[in-house]
Design a protein. Structure first.
Length: 341
């Protein structure tokens, strides 16, 4: 018998005290209010998947407008993730004593548990190819390493641990061959879903991601990475270490100018870049089907045919811009104005 579990974890939230000028209380899960999914298929599958879901919690604590904004592993589990999130029940967010709509993100892992074998560790086949590829990358034998990475991806990558380990391995290979688009995708996935990794690799992922986020001016994620270092139990990350890193990132962020990002949109797939400047402009070649500012203290829908400039106030909490297109295209996002984190 196979049992499929949907595992919920709250996404990391880093909030500076400066954004809490208003009396703001975030939305909070009060009842998971769902039936645990079970499947009695006689075939024991090792295939799993992880999805990052963004959604709106209204003034009554009800979930709506669910979008998958990042996924690794089996895409067939996206529907399970959406069904899971739709049944969550929240205590609504409060602003100055009144209920408000809010945006939330959570990670949902679809995992298969079996009585006959463990599915929470890398298989022997995966481990052997992973070790060979890792050693070849260290030795700068990058073409040979690519052969093993391809075999890992096609033959051995099944469960959530293997999926995220592969993302980390691909990021290292992409770095040395200077495939920056591939590096960006892989290090982002490894960072988002790092809880599936052993602590020592998790530490390397977070440190690499921190440097990358700073270089591409993704300051919200950079602050997330600093917070993540403090949450790895097996490493020493003192308050002094944290303060030093925060001071460095704060200095870079406060002195940064305009931020220009190019984001590739797949047809029908939502993205949620996080924002760190007070004014945002979009440039597209084709019409967008959805543009929505999603903050923890407000949600704003925009007319996709007449978007001028999106304004974020000094008191807004952790804002992202959800964008979706019916046609694949590259969108340019320009962030300017005041720094508010």
């Amino acid at each position: 018998m196979k049992k499929s579990l949907l595992v919920l974890s709250l996404a990391t939230t880093f909030i500076h005290s400066s954004v809490l000028a208003d009396d703001f209380v975030p939305a909070e899960v009060i009842n998971k209010n769902y039936d645990q999914l079970t499947n009695t298929s006689p075939r024991a599958s090792r295939l799993e998947g992880i999805n990052l879901s963004s959604f709106v919690v209204d003034e009554n604590g009800q979930v709506s407008d669910i979008e998958i904004v990042a996924t690794v592993g089996q895409k067939k589990y996206q529907r399970e993730a959406i069904d899971y999130v739709s049944k969550l029940n929240y205590r609504s967010a409060q602003l100055n004593g009144g209920a408000i709509p809010t945006a939330k993100t959570i990670t949902v892992s679809s995992q298969n548990l079996h009585a006959s074998f463990s599915n929470d560790q890398p298989s022997l086949g995966f481990f052997n190819d992973y070790e060979k590829a890792s050693k070849l990358i260290d030795d700068k034998k990058l073409d040979e390493a690519k052969t093993y990475i391809t075999e890992l991806e096609n033959e051995h990558t099944k469960n959530t641990v293997e999926i995220v380990l592969l993302a980390w391995l691909k990021s290292q290979h992409s770095y040395f061959v200077q495939d920056w688009e591939g590096f960006d995708k892989s290090i982002y996935e490894a960072f988002l879903f790092r809880d599936n990794l052993p602590d020592q690799i998790k530490k390397r992922v977070v440190k690499n991601a921190l440097q990358w986020f700073i270089s591409k001016q993704d300051y919200v994620r950079a602050y997330d990475a600093i917070e993540a270092l403090g949450n790895i139990e097996s490493i020493t990350f003192s308050e002094q270490n944290k303060a030093q890193l925060l001071a460095q990132v704060n200095d870079i962020y406060k002195n940064s100018g305009d931020i220009n990002q190019q984001i590739l949109l797949e047809s029908g797939q939502a993205v949620l870049p996080l924002l760190s400047k007070s004014e945002v402009e979009l440039k597209t070649d084709k019409p967008l089907s959805k543009v929505q500012l999603r903050c923890e203290n407000k949600v704003v829908d925009y007319d996709t045919s007449a978007i001028d400039k999106i304004i974020i106030s000094q008191n807004d909490v952790r804002c992202g811009l959800l964008i979706k297109s019916a046609q694949a295209q590259t969108v340019t996002i320009k962030q300017s104005g005041k720094s508010f984190l």
